[in-house]
Design a protein around this ligand. Structure first.
Ligand code: DGY
Length: 323
């Protein structure tokens, strides 16, 4: 008998057809009554596929048959892992395929904030370009500066490579552990958290969100940064205390920021909107046609393997399956 899969994100029909080869598939209709659809689907579902919905005890209590959740993301901060472990529910994710794409966007934010690309684009389109540019429109150099990476994982290393080999930057990093191979490859120097904040011209935040990293960057940390520093966040919004960042940007305590993620998403109203020294993107790190397809395909592979008796490659909590 086919197992039941509930797809809670939008999925192209080709992927729904692929799933239907092996499963009974129900897809969330975003125009319908969302709560009613979850209430109907969860008790039957053996597998869930999607992204962007917090899931823990409250949301999954009725999901008595659930074996696997396949998230179409590398990040899994939306999931209560302790609860999934307690219930023996496997969580799979989609790392690797989005590394370079997310690093591209991180570096784009860095350059955009430094060279004021988004701001100058709006300025030109508003008809303000009347004469040769003066210092009021100048930005700052990227090449040859010091890039500080908080969290030298796959994405952090990919950002660092762009800085090192594309822009001749010196790379500092801080994280849980030393990365000798990357130190060798990138000439990167491991340093203390405060030291990195004080020395880097660009601080790029690429840590996963956890209790430990929640509000990692707040008033104290912003005060440690250079007044000329630029902060980039392609990790998760709550890693930065947004109110403190707004204050630091308003007071020019730091020069600028490039943000892809926020405490509350989607970002609909925010004091950030009034600031010209911040570039705001809509959590677009992995949002290219190629990469989103690769993520969906990987999430489908994970789900199929988990429900059809195989071992998915990307398991967040592998021990629930005794592997
Ligand atoms: C991820 O995959 O975690 C990206 O942030 C998209 O959610």
């Amino acid at each position: 008998m086919k197992k039941n899969v509930f797809v809670f994100s939008r999925l192209d029909s080709e992927y729904v057809l692929r799933l239907e080869d092996n499963f009974n598939v129900t897809q969330l209709d975003p125009q319908g009554d969302i709560d009613a659809q979850y209430a109907a689907a969860l008790p039957e579902a053996h597998g869930l596929l999607g992204v962007g919905r917090p899931m823990g005890r409250a949301q999954l209590a009725q999901a008595g048959r659930l074996e696997v959740i396949s998230t179409i993301s590398v990040g899994y901060d939306n999931y209560d892992l302790d609860y999934l472990n307690e219930r023996g529910i496997l969580l799979t994710n989609t790392p690797d395929v989005l590394t370079e794409t997310t690093a591209d966007l991180g570096f784009a934010l860095l350059i955009s904030a430094a060279r004021r690309i988004a701001e100058l684009d709006a300025w030109v389109k508003a008809g303000n370009w009347q004469a040769t540019l003066g210092p009021a429109q100048f930005g700052c150099d990227v090449h040859g500066k010091t890039l500080g990476i908080l969290g030298l994982g796959n994405i952090g290393a990919a950002v660092a490579r762009r800085g090192r080999f594309g822009f001749g930057m010196d790379v500092l990093y801080h994280g849980n552990s030393r990365k000798p191979a990357l130190e060798q490859e990138l000439g990167a120097r491991f340093c203390g958290f405060d030291e990195l904040l004080g020395e880097a011209d660009f601080v790029c935040v690429v840590v996963p969100l956890s209790e430990r990293t929640h509000k990692l960057i707040g008033r104290r940390e912003l005060a440690l940064m250079k007044p000329s520093a630029i902060l980039v966040n392609v990790a998760r919004g709550p890693v930065i205390d947004e109110a403190a960042l707004v204050e630091a940007l308003q007071n020019r305590q730091i020069q600028a920021a490039g943000l892809d993620v926020y405490e509350q998403e989607p970002l609909r109203e925010s004091p950030l909107f009034a600031l010209s020294n911040v570039v705001t993107l809509p959590h677009a790190g992995s949002a290219t046609y190629e990469t989103r397809r690769a993520m969906v395909e990987l999430a489908l592979d994970n789900l199929e393997q988990a429900l059809l008796g195989g071992t998915p490659r990307y398991r967040v909590n592998p021990r629930v399956r005794g592997t």
